[in-house]
Design a protein around this ligand. Structure first.
Ligand code: KG4
Ligand code: ZN
Length: 334
């Protein structure tokens, strides 16, 4: 049975996200504070600074989210929070606040797997995909293909052997001197790039299997970039060729996973799911080959509280919740 409005709290990395989701009424409100500007000076996320900023922002965001939803704490039916994987200090801020709130209000609490949140984010959109479907989860920390038979019934079909797709974007962007976070910056630059000026390989597509490997690509880019005239146009050309290589590799493996599993629905989620070329390429492939493609809206591709509130509401409705002990999992297989 539906638990009533569920408060969702996400603090696994560098975004503080809060939302209220109700299984009957949908998403009632969501707020997000991104720490990206603070970490940009250091070229990447500084874990201790992340934890401290979550402490500053979380409770004000909870108040604001409840106000936007027109709810008081007494109207809530449960509290969900990201319990991992992620930065341990950052996770503990959200877990402690969420568990304390649930405890003080006598509400059930549930720790959500961050990647399950990403995986279910397309269910926040109109016309959500029914399981079974295949999910491509591509973020800064993960590149996974997952067969979804139902809520909580996940089979890992493929994983990255080295860098995650988002990590490959970020590292390649860094070596070309682009600002943090590199993924969106590189994607923007790629729009100015000319087709066919450079070509990089599509790693591991010439043999069977659904695993990924992206670390070799960044070396190819580095060598091509160092041997070039290093003009602004060349930089954009290299960015475009790199983006095409990643996108085509992901698309090939998605189609392979659909064939292997027999599913006709594909879900794309995680930060790299915000990439326009990836979205366009897979939407085209789906239209051509007869499978449906489902993405979260752009803001729910990257980290957010809405996906955690949704995943928590589904799990609470299934009768799952936790004992009062507080535990987080910096590493956690899906
Ligand atoms: O899901 P997310 O916000 O955090 C993790 O759970 O990791 O994903 C962040 C990742 C970063 O690597 C970022 O560079 C990448 O997603 N990203 C993109 C784009 N927007 C975010 N990569 C390529 N193109 C984009 N438009
Ligand atoms: Zn994430």
């Amino acid at each position: 049975k539906a638990p009533g409005p569920v408060l969702g709290v996400e603090t696994s990395c560098d975004e503080t996200g809060v939302a209220v989701y109700d299984l009957d009424r949908g998403l009632l409100a969501h707020t997000l504070y991104s720490q990206i500007r603070m970490h940009a000076d250091y070229g990447g996320v500084v874990p201790e600074l992340a934890s401290r900023d979550h402490v500053r922002k979380l409770l004000p965001l909870v108040r604001e989210t409840l106000a936007r939803a027109g709810l008081g704490v007494g109207d809530l039916g449960g509290v969900a929070y990201t319990a991992g994987p992620g930065l341990v200090g950052a996770l503990l801020v959200g877990a402690t606040a969420a568990r304390a709130l649930a405890w003080s209000l006598g509400l059930p609490a549930i720790g959500v797997h961050h990647m399950e949140g990403h995986l279910l984010a397309p269910l926040l959109e109109p016309d959500p995909p029914e399981p079974p479907f295949v999910a491509l989860l591509v973020s800064g920390g993960h590149s996974m293909l997952i067969e979804v038979a139902g809520i909580g019934r996940y089979t890992l079909l493929g994983d990255t052997l080295d860098d995650a797709a988002g990590e490959a974007f970020d590292k390649t962007a860094k070596l070309m001197g682009l600002p943090y976070p590199g993924g969106p910056a590189l994607a923007r630059l790629a729009e100015q790039g000319r087709a066919g000026a450079f070509r990089f390989s599509r790693p591991m597509t010439d043999r069977p299997g659904l695993d990924f490997s992206f670390s070799g690509l960044k070396t190819q880019v580095l060598l091509a970039w160092q041997a070039s005239d290093r003009s602004e146009q060349t930089k954009a050309d290299v960015a475009r060729a790199f983006e095409e290589a990643i996108v085509e590799t992901l698309a090939i493996k998605c189609r392979r996973a659909l064939v292997q599993s027999g599913a006709r629905r594909l879900v794309i989620a995680g930060g790299v799911g915000a990439n326009r070329r990836l979205r366009a390429e897979l939407a085209d492939a789906g239209a051509r080959e007869g499978f449906s493609v489902h993405f979260p809206r752009f803001e729910f591709c990257t980290d957010n509280g809405a996906m955690i509130a949704l995943a928590g509401a589904l799990r609470l409705a299934a009768g799952q919740h936790e004992t009062p002990a507080i535990a987080v999992r910096p590493r956690w297989d899906l």
